[in-house]
Design a binder for this molecule. Structure first.
Ligand code: NCD
Ligand code: ZN
Length: 346
């Protein structure tokens, strides 16, 4: 028997599109299923000013396959030198929808990020005043903090003090990977939400390390213990408006993933909707998939939900996705959930 489900067209609230040949190669993987995405600004050099964001937006739109309707929602990369007025002007014009905070050294292309949080105080106050969301990469980078504890320590040492000092600042904890993150979001009365990736609903740290190291499962924040994955599953499938999809689909060419010092990032754009349908069905929550992919995000960002719809159909035979996307920059391996997928986008 064929099963199907129709949703409002989904959005991706955390996406890496890169630039140049990589952008050209991977953008169709997102624009096929998604209407909008919050575009991460960690290019080299990063997207720091309103002018940078405008130019990057133009490059994304120029790379869009003919006929695809896709709106890039731009962000600025917060630095200790960010000008609050430039940022406010970019927000007022509608060009940017959020600002991204990378603690310096936390992840790919984060060296230009923030070291001293006092130096961005003025910018954060401006953002609170105009209601512009801060997307936070929530990991401390101290060498004496275990990599598996970096998110939990960030909540106590950085996030809570910033939120207390800046009332009204809308914060999105990005790609949460722990029960601590889920609990913290639930403890907040307002202004706080979190994105959850596709891959963190599927893998725990064993998938990366047991039976040989699997570089394509390595991303940041790194996947944690099973109890944390289960907490993320519960949050994502609960329908709670504070949790929504941010795939963090982050392409790196295979040569840089399968490397002595492999890059962090899972590329999930291609099969995300199939995987999510599988996950939500497994948890008896197919009726709440739309909340996670299409309703909760726009509500948080105060944007209308999409007009279009997307239908997922469950077939008898597994859907075959390409193992790799061939781009002009090189091949990019598509995330393998480790089980066959029967849901496909109609
Ligand atoms: C991202 C990337 O490659 O840009 N990598 C990742 O593992 N998620 C950066 C990030 O979001 O941390
Ligand atoms: Zn990311």
């Amino acid at each position: 028997m064929t099963k199907s489900i129709t949703l409002r067209r989904p959005d991706d609230w955390h996406l890496h599109l890169r630039d140049g040949a990589m952008l050209q190669g991977i953008l169709p993987e997102t624009s096929r299923d998604f209407a909008r995405a919050i575009i991460m600004p960690n290019l080299v050099p990063p997207v720091v000013t309103g002018a940078d964001a405008q130019a990057y937006r133009d490059r994304i739109l120029a790379a869009l396959p003919e006929g695809d309707q896709f709106e890039p929602l731009m962000t600025l990369y917060l630095t200790e030198g960010t000008d609050p007025e430039d940022l406010a002007a970019a927000a007022a014009s509608g060009l940017i929808k959020a600002v991204k905070l990378y603690p310096a050294g936390a992840t790919t292309n984060s060296h230009g990020g923030v070291r001293d949080f006092d130096k961005v105080r003025g910018v954060l106050e401006k953002m609170a005043e105009i209601g512009l969301p801060l997307c936070m990469h929530g990991e401390v980078v101290d060498h004496d903090v275990d990599i598996f504890d970096r998110e939990a320590v960030f909540i106590d040492k950085v996030l809570e003090p910033i939120r207390r000092a800046t009332p009204g600042l809308p914060v999105v904890m990005e790609h949460i990977t722990t029960k601590n993150g889920v609990d913290y979001v639930r403890s907040a009365e307002k202004d706080l939400a979190a994105t959850i990736t596709t891959h963190h609903l599927v893998i725990n740290r064993n998938h990366i390390l047991v039976g040989g190291i699997k570089p394509h499962y390595y991303c940041l924040p790194v996947a944690k213990r099973e109890e944390h994955r289960l907490a993320l599953r519960e949050a994502a499938t609960s329908g709670d408006a504070r949790f929504f999809l941010g795939t963090d689909s982050a392409p790196h060419i295979d040569a840089l993933k399968e490397h002595a010092c492999g890059c962090a990032g899972c590329f999930t754009a291609t099969n995300t909707m199939s995987i999510l349908a599988h996950v939500f069905e497994e948890d008896g929550a197919l009726d709440r998939l739309e909340n996670f992919t299409s309703l909760n995000g726009p509500a948080y960002y105060r944007l209308p939900v999409n007009d279009g719809t997307l239908t997922l159909v469950k077939g008898e035979e597994p859907v075959v996705y390409p193992a790799k996307i061939e781009t002009g920059a090189g091949p990019v391996t598509v995330f393998d959930p480790g089980y066959p997928l029967y849901w496909r986008v109609a």
